[in-house]
Design a protein around this ligand. Structure first.
Ligand code: NAG
Ligand code: NAG
Ligand code: NAG
Ligand code: NAG
Length: 590
């Protein structure tokens, strides 16, 4: 029972923290804590630990429900959790207190009002397939129009002057960053004076960033944007979300807005004349991941403060007529160039860290209906589409939502010419497959590595990426031809005190020897990685953005290879057939 208690408490901490710390996979799961923090869908946990976690979770949820029935107040329930967190010494007391106070009211509200059983709640939040037969929340679908055109995935030659799109993600600027603070500390976020200065012999936060659990200071972001502009000379910029820092136990609407305001003004400073199109991250909300669904608005749960602010900030780059969509659900469509429509989707209504989905998960804010409508319009007009979003649909994304999204992309595969995501902080893709034929690739979610250094297991080199596309002229296909990723060397920048140099790390076409970046090309590439060791090692170096000491690279064994490649072919979180196919290839090769 002690273990179950411990594990159930970890689940509470999961509530608040995991979803925000998870964008980092570690291969060193030496203890329970690490394993919780290091895998978005917990796919790497052993079956025993999964079972224990499911049990602990159900115990916890039932316990909360019992206390509510006994007439306990939110305050009393929170006190009990804070005490347990402190007694078990899971985090510094202020982290326990802050996290529980930020999340307590909504967790109690959802447990008190949801129609789902504890096993469903746990299956949803933990994303386990075998949390006592959990198969998903309410199953729903969206109507798709008939008359699907023949699949068309062009791989055009590079035009003389390709259209360049800069992609930035997971900026996580930390306004309280302090040079000289410890880069590793007892807190989930370090490199702040309040969380401890470096003692002699400990590594300290440098002038440009910290090689530990740190987000980046404002001047590093400012400099990165300046370099990106100079090096890439983009025609357009995509920013796929997550602007505030990882101090998730200590956030206020004001502190998040300050990060949003600053980031927007820096983007505006560097890119005043070109479209900067953004998508909403999970970290923009306070508390993190919390995007209330309309059915709880009348009980006082509110997200308008965020959507109103976004509408105002994004209005630098968006026409007024799309702002009502931002206010309704944090999404929009815009046509920055003739022939191209960019659709920014809000992935938080699929996020398994969003407990409000347990109140109503059936197409909240009618986003999928809207998306199908917009794609139908684009198809009818002969326009092509790029989709921007934060959480990739195969990551911590509700199975039903994920499946519906994949069916929409399958229907409109010839209209959608690229999907651009972030969230994981890694350099990766998610290949999307025909929902009726899991072997036929229909789309690619390009996932760009983070601008922040933050990663639970290690740290990342601040990065950005450019896509060369066949765009910007009449009859353009708007297909992605290649992507090139840049990152800086933090050790070097901190050591010599000079400005960081953003180096070209690799071009996908060159590094992987592919002819283009169509869904079929990337599917083929990932399949080859299952058996080609050198190719897989090349990919791992890119995945971890050339940060030094790449122990993740050298220590990636067969299980690690399976789970890494599985993440690259899982864009439908309800379908493990593409993953199984990769595993079979790896098993057959042993
Ligand atoms: C649970 O819901 C009931 C009915 O809406 C309400 O009266 C009660 O105060 C709620 N309990 C808590 C702890 O919020
Ligand atoms: C949900 O509904 C779709 C369409 O009817 C179906 O294909 C799918 O199997 C269902 N999923 C579950 C988990 O029942
Ligand atoms: C952010 O910008 C909004 C709108 O311009 C402003 O009202 C608000 O005070 C700013 N918030 C912070 C914390 O800077
Ligand atoms: C970064 O710089 C350090 C110090 O000069 C060097 O040891 C390291 O190899 C560099 N890393 C990369 C990926 O170039």
């Amino acid at each position: 029972m002690k273990m179950a208690n411990h594990s159930s408490f970890w689940f509470l901490i999961y509530f608040g923290c995991l979803a925000s710390f998870s964008p980092s996979y570690s291969y060193h799961q030496t203890d329970l804590a690490n394993s919780y923090f290091s895998s978005g869908q917990f796919t790497r946990l052993s079956p025993e630990i999964r079972d224990l976690t499911c049990l602990g979770c159900r115990t916890l949820v039932s316990g909360v429900a019992d206390r509510i029935n006994d007439g306990a107040t939110v305050e009393e329930i929170e006190e009990a959790f804070i005490l347990e967190c402190v007694v078990l010494d899971l985090f510094p007391g202020d982290v326990c207190e802050g996290m529980v106070r930020l999340l307590g009211e909504q967790v109690v509200y959802v447990v008190n009002h949801t129609s789902f059983e504890p096993s469903d709640i746990c299956g949803f939040v933990l994303g386990f397939d075998h949390c006592s037969g959990y198969t998903g929340l309410t199953n729903w679908t969206v109507d798709l129009p008939p008359g699907k055109p023949e699949p068309d995935h062009p791989e055009p030659q590079e035009p003389e002057s390709p259209f360049r799109i800069l992609h930035l993600s997971d900026l996580h600027v930390d306004l309280d960053y302090a040079e000289g603070a410890a880069v590793n500390c007892d807190y989930p976020l370090c490199c702040r004076e309040a969380y401890g200065m470096a003692q002699p012999g400990e590594e300290a936060a440098g002038p440009w960033g910290g090689r530990g659990h740190c987000d980046i200071p404002a001047h590093t972001l400012d400099h990165l944007l300046g370099q990106a502009k100079e090096i890439v000379q983009p025609h357009m910029v995509y920013v796929t979300g997550d602007l505030p820092p990882h101090d998730v136990w200590d956030q206020t609407r004001d502190s998040n807005m300050a990060a949003l305001n600053l980031t927007t003004s820096l983007l505006y400073k560097h890119f005043p004349d070109i479209p900067v199109l953004a998508a909403l991250g999970n970290h923009e909300a306070v508390p993190v991941n919390s995007y209330p669904v309309p059915s709880v608005y009348e009980d006082g749960w509110d997200i308008t403060w965020l959507y109103e602010n976004l509408a105002e900030k994004w209005s630098y780059w968006l026409p007024d007529e799309v702002l009502p969509d931002v206010l309704q659900g944090g999404f929009y469509v815009v046509s920055p160039y003739p022939g191209l429509r960019v659709i920014s989707v809000n992935m938080n209504y699929c996020g398994t860290g969003n407990f409000f989905l347990l109140m109503d998960n059936v197409d909240p804010v009618d986003e999928m209906k809207w998306l199908v409508y917009q794609l139908t319009e684009a198809e009818n007009m002969g326009d092509k589409v790029h989709i921007l979003g934060h959480i990739p649909s195969g990551d911590t994304c509700d199975k039903t939502w994920s499946h519906v999204f994949n069916s929409v992309v399958t229907r409109f595969e010839s209209t959608i010419r690229g999907l651009f995501f972030g969230h994981t902080h890694h350099d990766e893709w998610e290949v999307m497959y025909d929902v009726d034929d899991a072997t036929r690739p229909v789309g690619i979610q390009f996932i760009t590595p983070s601008a922040t250094t933050y990663s639970y297991a290690h740290y990342k080199s601040p990065s950005f990426r450019v896509y060369t596309t066949d765009g910007g002229y009449d009859q353009a296909t708007w297909a992605v031809i290649d992507h090139t990723t840049y990152s800086m060397n933090l050790t070097e920048a901190n050591a010599n005190g000079l400005e960081p140099i953003y180096q070209e790390r690799y071009s996908a076409v060159e590094a992987y020897g592919v002819t283009g970046l169509s869904p079929a090309s990337i599917d083929n590439l990932v399949t080859n990685m299952a058996t080609d060791d050198a190719l897989f090692q090349t990919y791992l170096r890119h995945r971890f953005t050339y940060a030094e000491e790449p122990s993740e690279v050298s220590e990636c064994d067969t299980d690690c290879r399976k789970s890494t490649l599985c993440t690259l072919v899982t864009a439908d979180s309800s379908d493990d057939r593409p993953c199984q196919r990769i595993k079979d290839i790896i098993n057959g090769n042993e």
